[in-house]
Design a protein around this ligand. Structure first.
Ligand SMILES: *[C@@H]1O[C@H](CO)[C@@H](O)[C@H](O)[C@H]1NC(C)=O
Length: 150
């Protein structure tokens, strides 16, 4: 069970709902009782627009046009026993790729602490998509190659 909230949701509802299940809110406007995740997706291809469409079983976050350097962000609370999965469809001109922007493999790469918000950074480049624990310049080796455009 999960719920998508707009920006105007009161924090009381967020707190109550977060207690009961997991939810998605704009970054940093929620209180998590377990793992707090923020996912950032950047377009690293100059002079391009990438259509990003992120979904989970229960939530469709809609289409977003990402221009160069523009990050798309969403966040959620994840309880201990959840098996949260978000996937994204990305279209860049004639190129397309679909991959899991949040799954068990991503959690193992990033680690996860209940002490602070856990950040996941994705970067889409000409040759594929990259994952990092930190936001770095686009040529930094911290960006780990994760897959090719299909
Ligand atoms: C993205 O850009 C295209 C082309 O300008 C436009 O048709 C489309 O509606 C935009 N999508 C969103 C979600 O803003």
């Amino acid at each position: 069970m999960s719920t998508f909230y707009g920006e105007k949701t009161s924090s009381i509802i967020i707190v109550l709902t977060c207690f009961a299940c997991f939810l998605i809110t704009p970054s940093h406007s929620r209180t998590c009782f377990s793992y707090d995740w923020d996912i950032y997706i950047y377009n690293g291809i100059q002079d391009s627009t990438i259509d990003a469409h992120v979904k989970s079983k229960d939530n469709d976050l809609g289409h977003h046009n990402l221009t160069y350097d523009l990050g798309y962000t969403f966040g959620f609370c994840e309880n201990y026993f959840e098996n949260t999965l978000f996937w994204g469809d990305f279209t860049h001109g004639s190129q397309f790729v679909n991959f899991h922007v949040f799954d068990k493999a991503v959690i193992s790469f990033i680690g996860g602490s209940t002490e602070h918000t856990n950040n996941v950074f994705w970067l889409l480049k000409q040759d594929g998509y990259y994952l990092s624990k930190e936001y770095k310049p686009y040529d930094d080796p911290a960006w780990t190659f994760w897959g090719h455009w299909q």
